[in-house]
Design a protein around this ligand. Structure first.
Ligand code: NAD
Length: 463
């Protein structure tokens, strides 16, 4: 099998320096479908140098020029939409409908949102006798996970380029084919050489070299809290700016009197989408004790519609499947009641896990505290609103949440949740609203104007 280039530096593809190429596995068939060259620390060094050389020119490019290139990037991605969706299905296992609607159309929309925003953003404002300038931070090292392989890339690279920064991207090792398509789209969009660079490779090799490189001014990372903590410490030691989008254990709270059927349907759709491999998944469902058994019964009925291999895809890898099955076994051992699913694989081939529901989950159980990153949902009982709030806020995470109930009560409850984004009575995802976490879910925000300012320094000139 031919080894595909994974390193794109200074506007050209090159073969990578690390000895072993990465094997890309189709999680639905367990077959190796491609091999991609893995970058070394030397490749990262070359990429950072190219980004440094390109920085002064790109930082000085008028916002209208940056907007034009981002619009061209959006269009180049849109031209490749079918290929992107098919590639996400092949290397992540996402069902085709999800791959098209979410994995492909969302990042195209996000790239377009930054083309619009940069054209109108006030990079210069007046405060009394001061002129306040918003200037690009410099060279950005972006490190992304596999769960939304294109969206996570675009949510960093588009605002960084819009701000006038140059970028070195280290995408996830499981999904390098989607990252290659993105790099092709950047190339076609006509950005000057060196403005965007990519080094496919292993986290502890290429990722770490990028974080530690003195030529990198800011590190923007999305991934696990364990790796994020390490990256934050390294960046802090070098006094580099850092943005971290980490894990979650988000709650969907059904207040007394909530309309159960739509609340359960929407919560499960959220929690099981992408096979539960979502940092913002609503994996804890909190229900008032009087409505608890009815809610669990509705969920058991609804989950039957999530047929593995049809509506719900596999997990990304054998390793992830083992991790998730381990949590299901732990839930059983902790005494939670298994309502649907379980540890037995539903299909003989592919890294599938049955969508699994647990009832009688106590807030201190591991399955109620730790991020599982798979199709596993825990139902918890509460006594009153204060109890619900204590349970909802009672984890180390604070990424997302949902509340269902009478409009005023639900809105008031949402304001008291320790989470970066809360959907009230089924409020829809907004790709221009800030996304990010409280507590150990991260530092900083992505998307929209808040996502752009992460990549800007503030300077004031007094006159
Ligand atoms: P991960 O932390 O293992 O890897 C993420 C990225 O970091 C990969 O590109 C990996 O190669 C790289 N990496 C690993 N070790 C590194 C090191 N020592 N130095 C530098 N880079 C290193 O996470 P994952 O398994 O790919 O993704 C799943 C996790 O990501 C989940 O915990 C999930 O909650 C989180 N996530 C968070 C968000 C968010 O926006 N908050 C979004 C998606 C995923």
């Amino acid at each position: 099998m031919k080894v595909l280039d994974g390193v794109y530096v200074d506007g050209a593809w090159r073969s990578a320096g690390a000895a072993e190429p990465l094997a890309v596995v189709d999680p639905a068939t367990e077959e190796v479908v491609a091999r991609v060259g893995a970058g070394s620390a030397q490749d990262v060094d070359a990429a950072v140098r190219a980004a440094r050389d390109a920085f002064p020119g790109w930082a000085a490019a008028p916002p209208a020029e940056r907007a034009a290139r981002l619009a061209a990037l959006r269009d180049a991605m849109a031209t490749r939409a079918d290929e992107i969706a098919a590639t996400v299905t092949r290397e992540l296992g996402a069902p085709p409908k999800l791959a098209k609607a979410v994995h492909t159309q969302l990042p195209i929309a996000v790239a377009g949102s930054y083309a619009d925003l940069v054209a109108s953003y006030p990079f210069e404002t007046q405060v009394g006798n001061s002129t306040v300038l918003m200037e690009p931070v410099g060279v950005v090292g972006a490190i992304t996970p596999w769960n939304y392989p294109l969206h996570q890339i675009v949510a960093k690279v588009a605002p960084a380029l819009a701000a006038g920064c140059t970028v070195v991207l280290k995408p996830a090792e499981n999904t390098p084919l989607t990252a290659r398509l993105f790099a092709e789209a950047v190339h076609e969009a006509g950005f000057p050489a060196g403005v965007f660079n990519m080094v496919v490779g292993l986290g502890p090799v290429a990722g770490q070299a990028l974080v530690e490189h003195p030529g990198v001014d800011m590190v923007s990372f999305t991934g696990s809290t364990a790796v994020g903590r390490r990256i934050g410490a390294l960046a802090g030691g070098a006094v580099k700016r850092v943005a971290l989008e980490l894990g979650g254990k988000s709650a969907s709270v059904l207040l007394p009197g909530a309309d159960l059927a739509p609340a359960i349907k929407a919560t499960l759709a959220n929690a099981l989408s992408n096979s539960g491999q979502r940092c913002s998944a609503l994996t804890r469902v909190l229900v008032h004790r009087d409505q608890y058994e009815e809610a669990v019964a509705l969920a058991a009925e609804a989950v039957a519609g999530y047929v593995p291999g049809e509506r719900i895809g596999p997990l990304v890898s054998a390793e992830q499947r083992e991790r998730v099955v381990g949590y299901i076994e732990k839930g059983v051992a902790e005494g939670a009641r298994l309502v649907a699913g379980g540890p037995t694989p539903p299909l003989s081939r592919g890294y599938y896990v049955s969508p699994t529901l647990f009832a009688d989950v106590a807030p201190e159980m591991a399955i109620a505290q730790e991020e599982i990153f798979g199709p596993v949902v825990a139902f918890l009982r509460f006594e009153d609103e204060e109890d619900a709030l204590r349970i909802a806020n009672g984890t180390v995470y604070g990424l997302a949440g949902a509340v269902w109930g009478a409009p005023d009560e639900a809105a008031a409850f949402a304001r008291r949740m320790e989470a970066g984004q809360v959907d009230v009575n089924g409020g829809r995802f907004n790709a221009r609203a800030p996304f990010g976490g409280y507590k150990q879910s991260g530092i900083g925000r992505e998307l929209g104007e808040h996502g752009l300012t992460e990549y800007l320094h503030t300077k004031s000139l007094q006159f």
